[in-house]
Write a protein that binds this ligand. Structure first.
Ligand code: TYM
Length: 332
């Protein structure tokens, strides 16, 4: 079976619709056909200042949501990144293969560090994409299901993998991004030019998976729409409506032209109401299962321990080879 790996940050108290449609839903599908590894990337979360109690809570909430969304602990290896120490070790070795200029070109670092000033940003935020490369390469992943915002990090991962193979001999599988065009960038409901994002969207622009139906409906009904009153897919002139159409299509499995035909002559109201219902119908069972899983932390931690154990087997195997190739002495 080909292997997939992906990760998600525990930086908020819930995933949002962009995480779900852009990534997590594909993770669930791919567990059927792939040897699947999915991690809650807590090491990435601490690249910006994080309260220990919040990190602990959010890591469990993230893991619970992954199981609630349909990941099966029997089939997929779901784990917490910091439980597998080899990620950090490989990250260091890859950091030493990365040029300063190469790392400085990463646009996500530029965006994130701009918020508190580049001088105040941590070195960890700067090396963030290299840790991500380590996450992927250590499992010899063939493909990486992500949203469009991760494209550049995947390019870097491929470059670092190829460079290592070239310098030290064939060691890593070079992964391909797995990005579904239709859902690669879900936009902010209040600003259709920006991606929906836990760090930059206002609460009104984000639909959280764990949110109650009331606020979810309200946010969809208040989503920024465009001039005119027709439901048409037109990214240029109707980015707000186009985003809602993409969401509705992904959630209901109805093609966009069929949706456009269905809402012809009906205005925005009916359309938005049905989008809201599709969101509520998708999120409600996930929220309920998440709550159940969080009520039994012992069981949740046990599932994560099983995942970590399976992940470690692969990570250790890769690292034994990496250490030798780099020229580290065997530790007897
Ligand atoms: P993170 O935690 O920001 O997001 C998790 C996943 O959700 C996708 N995503 C979106 N997709 C479509 N529309 C959106 N508005 C949207 N917002 C987020 C992201 O593309 C991502 O797939 N660096 C990664 C975490 C990571 C990782 C990895 C990913 C660490 N190691 C190894 C893959 C492989 C991140 O910050 O994702």
């Amino acid at each position: 079976r080909p292997r997939v790996l992906s990760g998600i940050q525990p930086t908020a108290d819930s995933f949002h619709l962009g995480n779900y449609l852009g990534a997590v839903r594909q993770w669930v599908t791919l567990q059927e056909t792939h040897d699947a590894f999915y991690c809650v990337v807590d090491l990435h979360a601490i690249t910006v200042a994080t309260e220990p109690a919040a990190l602990r809570r959010r890591s469990r909430v993230a893991a619970a949501q992954l199981f609630a969304a349909g990941l099966d602990p029997e089939r997929a290896t779901v784990f917490v990144q910091s439980h597998v120490r080899e990620h950090t070790e490989l990250a260091w070795i890859l950091i030493c293969q990365t040029g300063m200029g190469e790392a400085a070109r990463m646009t996500q670092f530029k965006d994130k560090s701009a918020k508190f000033g580049e001088q105040a940003a941590s070195v960890g935020l700067f090396t963030y994409p290299i840790l991500q490369a380590a996450d992927i390469l250590i499992y010899q992943a063939n493909s990486v299901p992500v949203g469009a915002d991760q494209k550049q990090h995947l390019e870097l991962t491929r470059d670092l993998g190829q460079r290592f193979n070239h310098r030290f001999g064939d060691t890593f599988t070079i992964p391909e991004p797995y990005i579904l065009k239709e859902v690669e960038k879900i936009t902010d409901l209040q600003d259709p030019s920006a991606k929906m994002s836990k760090s930059s969207s206002s609460p009104a622009g984000i639909l959280d998976v764990l949110e109650q139906p009331g606020p979810l409906r309200k946010k969809v009904m208040r989503a920024v729409t465009d001039t005119g009153s027709e439901v048409l897919f037109d990214e240029e002139n109707k980015p707000g409506i186009s985003n809602l159409l993409r969401i509705q299509s992904a959630l209901t499995g109805t093609a966009i032209p069929d949706l456009v035909a269905r809402y012809e002559g009906q205005g925005y109201g009916t359309f938005k109401k049905e989008v809201a219902e599709a969101v509520v119908e998708t999120f409600t069972p996930i929220r309920e299962r998440t709550e159940k899983l969080l009520a039994d932390e012992v069981e949740l931690d046990r599932l994560l321990a099983i995942g970590a154990e399976r992940a470690r087997v692969v990570a250790r195997h890769t690292m034994a080879e990496v250490r030798d190739r780099v020229g580290f002495l065997p530790s007897l």
